[in-house]
Design a protein around this ligand. Structure first.
Ligand code: SF4
Length: 496
């Protein structure tokens, strides 16, 4: 991996090199992936790449046109311009200008599940001291509209937000009312188990065009083992909730996420097939995060990133088979990474941005009135570590942005400036996640060579690129199709 030094701009016979990074392909070391500053890329034999760097590619060669089109070289600075490269860079980073679009309201930490991997350290059903108060809710609505974003996704989370639906109701009404003059594009989402959904709640959601995001870990035996309830009926209740939600809100208003425990890793085919059986066209295969009860039970439920990547490879193979069979189904995180490889556009997914999406793409209003720059930050807080609290909901947004916490997040929030990432060929498509690194390594900058975040990112980029490269024409078209569909809305935060 190498970043072309500025001295590389000095005259070469016939052209100048532009900033670039490269990576030897782990599955074929005779070739390299070369990426430009703005995320154009190409794969070429190593010997050819050496000719590029030495400045011996003739302008008449087809290779030269490819290099120029991908902003890797510049013909003659007297007649060429950097404007297209800079314009593309701006397009890819367009999310910076909008301000946070994702606003998570934690209405209660109460929950009736006892999941071993719970990331928010849920509280018992009767513990109403863990509910968002009316006063803090009012402040949160004022803060929401202090942000400049024209599109606002309001996501209600818990615990189980249905256990404090009265607060969901009052917040939704207050936000809708205020929006009569604000005129933003509002989107309401509720992340819930969907158990105990009442007709009255569903009617309210229908009237305010809610989307539902739930957790479905796979077939019944797996879901019930991962998400235990005393009655062992979690799967049945979730399925009923999905069906009722679809009936009332529409087929596409209900999405589901999978959290992978160690026992899930043996069932990639069964998990994908369960989603297909239920008529889902997308699946989200999420490894465990190091927060809440997931950290406490890590020895029992955890696994290595290599194990996760092995699982992902099998799941991807099966997903491709399902698609070849004529049933469209995509994996949401893979789709996001492919969109970064195959399209020039910015994405809305806050965990994979540089500059970081923490505080710039998302804000969390917690049940106790404290405010965090990301869901992970509030998960840390639920474990007793409030290092990333931006302030209280009764303070202004300007106060939060000027806080030392936000400065700390931003200092470690630009991937292109982080050790190892700065030289990585995948950095134009990747992100900085300072809070994840703090949670895993105790430091916001972290150490990429030993970072699970990096191992996952690099592993998935390699896997997807290799699968695309070595796939049949039909498989390549399927993967490119996922990437192009990515102009749709990105998945929102964690399901309950
Ligand atoms: S996190 Fe890893 S894969 Fe991503 S840019 Fe940094 S070094 Fe590359």
């Amino acid at each position: 991996m190498k970043f072309a030094p500025r001295s590389a701009f000095v005259g070469q016979p016939g052209y100048r090199l532009l900033p670039m990074r490269f990576r030897r392909l782990p599955w074929d070391e005779s070739r390299v992936l070369v990426s430009s500053m703005a995320g154009d890329w190409m794969v070429m034999p190593r010997a050819e790449f050496e000719r590029v760097v030495e400045g011996t590619v003739a302008r008449e060669e087809a290779l030269f046109a490819d290099l120029e089109a991908r902003h890797l070289v510049m013909a003659d600075p007297a007649i060429s311009t950097l404007a297209p490269l800079l314009s593309q860079y701006r397009t890819r980073k367009a999310y910076i200008e909008r301000g946070p679009c994702l606003h998570i309201f934690v209405v209660s930490l109460r929950c009736h599940h006892t999941c071993a991997y719970c990331q928010v350290s849920r509280q018992p059903v009767g513990e109403t001291t863990f509910d968002l108060t009316p006063e803090d809710a009012r402040h949160a609505v004022d803060r929401l509209f202090e942000w400049p974003a024209p599109d606002l996704t309001v996501e209600f989370q818990g615990g189980e937000p249905l256990l404090h639906f009265e607060r969901v109701r009052t917040l939704t009404k207050a936000i809708t009312e205020r929006n009569r003059s604000e005129k933003r594009n509002l989107r309401f989402v509720i992340a819930s188990t969907l158990h105990d959904l009442t007709d009255d709640q569903l009617a309210f959601m229908r009237d305010h065009r809610f989307e539902l995001s739930t957790s479905l870990d796979g077939p019944e035996w797996l879901h019930n083992a991962n998400r235990p309830r005393p009655e062992r009926d979690s799967y049945r209740r979730t399925i009923e909730g999905i069906e009722r939600g679809r009936k009332m809100l529409g087929e596409h208003a209900v999405s589901a996420l999978t959290t992978l425990t160690r026992r899930s890793l043996d069932a990639p085919v069964e998990i994908v097939d369960e989603y297909r059986k239920l008529g889902f066209h997308s699946i989200s295969l999420r490894p465990l995060s190091p927060y809440g009860f997931a950290r406490k039970t890590e020895a029992r439920t955890g696994y290595s990133i290599d194990d996760f990547l092995r699982f992902y490879r099998s799941a991807l193979d099966h997903l491709l088979a399902v698609n070849r069979d004529g049933y469209f189904m995509e994996e949401t995180y893979g789709r996001l990474l492919l969109s970064q490889l195959f399209t020039p556009f910015a994405h809305g997914y806050v965990d994979l941005r540089s500059p970081t999406g923490a505080g710039l793409g998302a804000v969390v209003y917690d049940y106790d009135g404290l405010v965090y720059p990301s869901d992970e930050a509030r998960m840390l807080a639920s474990m007793g570590d409030r290092s990333f609290a931006l302030g209280h909901v009764d303070e202004t947004v300007a106060t939060w942005l000027a806080s030392p916490v936000m400065q700390k997040v931003l200092e470690a929030g630009v991937a292109e400036a982080l050790p190892t990432c700065a030289d990585c060929a995948y950095v134009p498509f990747c992100g900085a996640d300072p809070i994840d690194h703090y949670a895993r390594q105790g430091d916001t900058i972290g150490h990429r060579p030993t970072s699970d975040f990096c191992r996952k990112q690099m592993g998935l980029f390699d896997l997807l690129l290799r699968r695309w490269e070595q796939g049949t024409q039909e498989e390549r078209e399927i993967l490119e199709g996922w990437a192009i569909r990515s102009t749709r809305r990105e998945p929102v935060g964690e399901a309950a």
